[in-house]
Design a binder for this molecule. Structure first.
Ligand code: AMP
Ligand code: MG
Length: 409
């Protein structure tokens, strides 16, 4: 039996060279970026107005040209004794024609280019009309209200690092630097199947002593969410010859194989022996974790294989804790699970502390509550949980208010 931390180390020390491909920007969200992205331009690309208002010259400080400063909140004095003449209206996307000199201003829209000579933009809300083409400022000072060229991103700057999982916010960065076909890691091909003579597919009404196969649907969804590409191979009976055929076939056609069931100590748990016969090098067969003790991990050539325990909660948790990190490794991803320390809402206790225990919890208003959980067959425990609490080896009780370690789901 290995400690969970050692099992994770073994999984994460595997070598695997991710494939790469280009995808259309519209397909890129959720994928792992496989090449650094540099900006092809300054952002903003020109000094632009942050507000709808009037571009003019401040009355104190530098009045010649624009004073680059990212301190847009700086309060500066503005001309408000005499009205200013409005010389043009600058809409977004147009080039200003008139330079600004003292006594003059240009009406300007948010996102439009600040005209030469202007060094601040007064918000339209802080002005009043003083006759045709004349405007007066009603306040004595203003912020500059200019976004200066290059203040967010400089041309040539690294804007996204390879290895990130592309989020909607990254999509905006990719779009703004014109990365229309980013290089991403190819999706690992994942073969999935269930083992067990008692299993029928979800569309079948189980006979006496049978149950529906829930692991395959759960695993396929977990694999897709990473994202990776699942292929389902069906239900294998608890017979060595048939298990061998399906394991061999799945290993030959995938980057990773995940099967459930048949890995523990029962008379019909043939999976580890059949894996060996099929040429798999097995790295571990038991982990000091609950649920998920009989987890088998191995490799044949360039294909990895996980034999997960048949109980759906065990399969769910071990996928989260070990399989998902492996899939990210296989894509050169820098993804890490979201983890935090939060206070426990009630006292918690367990009988044995020989294994690390992973407990389904609900985090509510910053406090952690274990959900009702009858053990690793209790499928709906995780349908209400939004986190997994980690109870370390050696700990049997945790007091209300104690800080506990939670992995977000
Ligand atoms: P095993 O790991 O094969 O000993 O199975 C442990 C428990 O999980 C047994 O109660 C099985 O009936 C159940 N089980 C195994 N595979 C599945 C599956 N694919 N879907 C739902 N339950 C399963
Ligand atoms: Mg079984």
């Amino acid at each position: 039996m290995v400690l969970f931390e050692d099992a994770l180390k073994i999984v994460l020390s595997q070598d695997f060279k991710p494939g790469v491909e280009r995808v259309a920007l519209s397909e890129a969200c959720g994928r792992i970026l496989a090449g650094d992205i540099f900006s092809d331009m300054d952002m903003p690309p020109f000094d632009k107005s942050a507000v709808d208002g009037y571009a003019c010259q401040m009355t104190t400080g530098t009045s010649q040209g624009i004073t680059p400063s990212i301190d847009r909140a700086q309060i500066i004095a503005v001309p408000n004794e005499k009205p200013l003449l409005v010389v043009e209206t600058i809409s977004a996307g147009t080039i200003p024609k008139q330079a600004i000199v003292p006594g003059r201003c240009s009406k300007i829209m948010t996102g439009a280019m600040v005209p030469r000579g202007a060094d601040c933009v007064i918000m339209v809300e802080d002005t009043e009309s003083a006759g045709e083409n004349l405007v007066r400022f009603t306040l004595e000072n203003t912020a500059k209200n200019i976004c200066y060229q290059g203040e967010d991103i400089r041309k040539g700057e690294l804007v996204l690092q390879k290895g990130i999982r592309i989020t909607p916010a990254h999509m905006a960065v990719l779009a703004s630097v014109g990365a229309t076909d980013p290089l991403v890691s190819t999706l690992p091909r994942v073969g999935i199947f269930s083992t067990g003579d008692e299993l029928v597919e979800p569309g079948t009404i189980p006979g006496i002593a049978q149950i529906r196969n829930s692991n395959a649907s759960q695993l396929e969804a977990q694999v897709r969410q990473v994202p990776a590409l699942p292929t389902y191979y069906g239900i294998a009976p608890d017979k060595s010859e048939e298990l061998y055929k399906i394991i061999d076939l799945a290993l030959a056609n995938n980057d990773l194989v995940i099967l459930t069931g048949g890995v523990s100590m029962g008379d019909f748990d043939f999976v580890p022996a059949v894996m060996k016969d099929a040429g798999v090098d097995i790295f571990f067969k038991r982990i000091a974790i609950q649920p998920g003790k009989p987890t088998v991990f191995g490799r044949r050539d360039h294909t990895f294989i996980f034999g997960l325990p048949g109980n759906p909660v065990s399969s769910f948790v071990i996928f989260e804790m070990l399989v998902k990190p492996l899939l990210h490794l296989m894509m050169g991803s820098s993804w890490k699970p979201l983890e935090c320390m939060l206070p426990l809402g009630v006292d918690f206790s367990r009988h044995s502390s020989a294994r690390k225990s992973m407990v389904p919890v609900i985090m509510k208003d910053g406090v952690v509550f274990p959900v009702e959980y009858h053990g690793s067959a209790h499928i709906n425990a995780y349908s209400v949980a939004n986190g997994i609490m980690n109870v370390p080896i050696g700990t049997t009780t945790l007091k209300q208010g104690e800080q506990v370690h939670v992995r977000l789901l």
